[in-house]
Design a protein. Structure first.
Length: 564
């Protein structure tokens, strides 16, 4: 690092760096500083808790402030020689991860690179000069799990928790429910968090209770439990989510704030009755995903410019579409982060409200109490909002009110379940909305899919067979940087690790609006949109396969899902 860079970083505070980077504005910084004066907490923690900046953004700011480098630990190979210098217990206690030894110095990643006491202890223990780099807290915890064999160790802990819970439950149901079962449920949730799962499923069967994790879109088994543990586990989860443990015949939904790695993770719990018992799904709400900006979601420059221009309009309708779990809500919240919320009033109607957003009025739908999307939207219009976010358009009444709001000077953001951007027009027509109203109100549609990334640790180049190329519409002589994953411990031998979004953006330009108002069929609207720059899912997926980022198998899957 240069001396000039160090001096430049040292003269600025974290808040100033975040403001200069455009991550927060002056008013948001003032809000966080006021909270800091009340609580005495670190500014970085306050900004994260308020949802104003992500863990990674704070770490980058700390790195710049200290004149240090920021590293992405998910993409770094760790040297076994470096790991041998620092015991796992010390790494966890000090919040550090040894990376490598170079030129006699031990390079160590820390989430708080200004912790001089920790650095001094590391130098005494290792007898090495310690060179510190900055990393995000969550990435740091994942790196410790990987580097110190956390997966195997965690599996052993889970096995012990299962044995203890079963033994205690059979001996004394009450004591088991208060001891071993609590530990088992906590360990199952912690396992899901360590493996970056998005959902934790408890599925009852006649002889067993199957626990599965959804990782990168696929379900993988985490544990097989004795069937007699299922009901007590469900009861424990209900207690955590403040649900009625005596009600087993109707679905219930609730929330849990689960302590994990020095922080708190939000979980959404849903129960559903089945013939073999209650099925439970625990959804892990990744707070950092709601802090993502358009630049980090995977949009190309043209698509991002369309959406940025759209969200700055005073009125109109912007839709994100795609299947459940494709990240539609994340995109909507990223759009909201591009808006100056201190000057515009934003009201959301959600079911459920998964994340609290500062300076935004949020409403939770409660259909049992008569508070539906439609009735909420009627009330919201009397509160003079500039922007209205509707969690989902499900029926004609909500759709009609959304269009009316867009026509009367409001910017409306919402989601819809359709296969691709152009078919959104057909879906709105199926809801008996007039084509001329759709063409007048609709500004843009962002259709999206999540595709699995080839594991960076076991990726290898390969030449596809002619039949593989033909399956995705490529000629046999196509040349590209095709790759595939061999399978390794990092990706659980699947060949894929992590997911990325693919976006199909339909901008309702005058030529497109004209075809919509004429009630033109989807292929005619698509032709008009292509002339205005529309790139389809299939074309985008092919490009990523040619670059070696995703497999041809996932290209074929995208083509099937997005087809008519």
């Amino acid at each position: 690092m240069s001396r000039e860079r160090h001096e430049r970083g040292a003269t600025k505070k974290v808040g100033e760096i975040l403001v200069d980077a455009g991550l927060i504005d002056e008013k948001q910084l003032a809000l966080a500083l006021a909270e800091q004066r009340k609580s005495g907490a670190r500014l970085g923690n306050i900004l994260t808790e308020l949802g104003l900046a992500s863990d990674a953004e704070i770490s980058r700011a700390l790195a710049e402030q200290s004149g240090l480098d920021y590293v992405d630990l998910d993409k770094i190979e760790v040297s076994p020689k470096a790991i041998d210098l620092i015991p796992e217990s010390v790494a966890r206690r000090l919040g550090c991860m040894p990376l490598r030894v170079e030129a006699g110095a031990l390079v160590v990643a820390m989430s708080n690179p200004t912790d001089i006491v920790a650095i001094d202890e590391l130098q005494r223990r290792t007898d090495h000069f310690v060179q510190v780099v900055s990393a995000g807290q969550r990435q740091l915890q994942r790196a410790i799990e990987r580097g110190y064999g956390g997966t195997g160790a965690a599996a052993g802990v889970l096995d012990l928790a299962i044995e203890r819970a079963l033994a205690e439950f059979r001996e004394d149901e009450d004591r088991g429910a208060q001891g071993g079962l609590i530990a088992l449920v906590n360990e199952l949730i912690a396992t899901a968090l360590r493996q970056d799962a998005t959902d934790l499923h408890f599925q009852p069967e006649p002889q067993i209770s199957r626990v599965r994790l959804r990782i990168d879109g696929d379900l993988v088994q985490a544990a097989r439990l004795d069937s007699e543990l299922h009901a007590p586990i469900v009861s424990r989860i209900k207690v955590m989510a403040n649900l009625d443990i005596s009600e087993t015949r109707t679905p219930q939904d609730g929330k849990v704030r689960f302590p994990h790695e020095g922080g708190v993770v939000d979980l959404r719990v849903s129960t559903f009755p089945s013939v073999t018992g209650e099925s439970v799904v625990v959804r892990i709400l990744d707070k950092d995903s709601q802090l993502l900006r358009l630049t980090s979601l995977g949009f190309d420059e043209h698509a991002e410019a369309i959406l940025r221009n759209a969200v700055q309009r005073p009125n109109g309708l912007i839709l994100t579409v795609g299947p459940t779990g494709s990240g539609k809500s994340t995109t909507l919240h990223a759009l909201l982060r591009t808006v100056n919320s201190s000057r515009r009033k934003i009201i959301t109607i959600e079911d459920p409200v998964e994340y609290e957003v500062p300076m935004v009025t949020q409403c939770q739908v409660n259909e049992r109490a008569g508070l539906t999307f439609a009735s909420s939207l009627r009330a919201v219009l009397r509160h003079d909002p500039d922007i209205i976010l509707i969690g989902e358009i499900r029926d004609l009444e909500t759709a009609s009110l959304a269009l009316r709001a867009a026509l009367t000077g409001h910017l409306v953001l919402s989601t819809l379940h359709t296969n691709d951007a152009v078919r959104t027009i057909s879906r709105l027509r199926d809801m008996e909305l007039d084509s001329y109203l759709i063409s007048s109100c609709l500004v843009a549609v962002a259709a999206q899919r999540l595709v699995r990334r080839i594991c960076s640790h076991c990726s290898e180049p390969y030449t596809p067979r002619p039949d593989e190329l033909a399956a995705v519409g490529l000629p046999a002589d196509t040349v590209g940087s095709f790759a595939r994953g061999r399978g390794c411990d990092r990706c659980a031998h699947s060949g894929a690790k992590g997911r990325e979004a693919i976006f199909e953006i339909l901008e309702v330009t005058p030529p497109v609006a004209q075809q919509i108002s004429r009630n033109a069929p989807p292929d005619v609207i698509e032709a008009a949109a292509r002339e205005c720059g529309l790139v389809t899912f299939h074309e985008l997926a092919l490009q990523r396969a040619l670059e070696g980022r995703i497999s041809l198998e996932d290209v074929a899957r995208i083509g099937t899902e997005a087809g008519p």
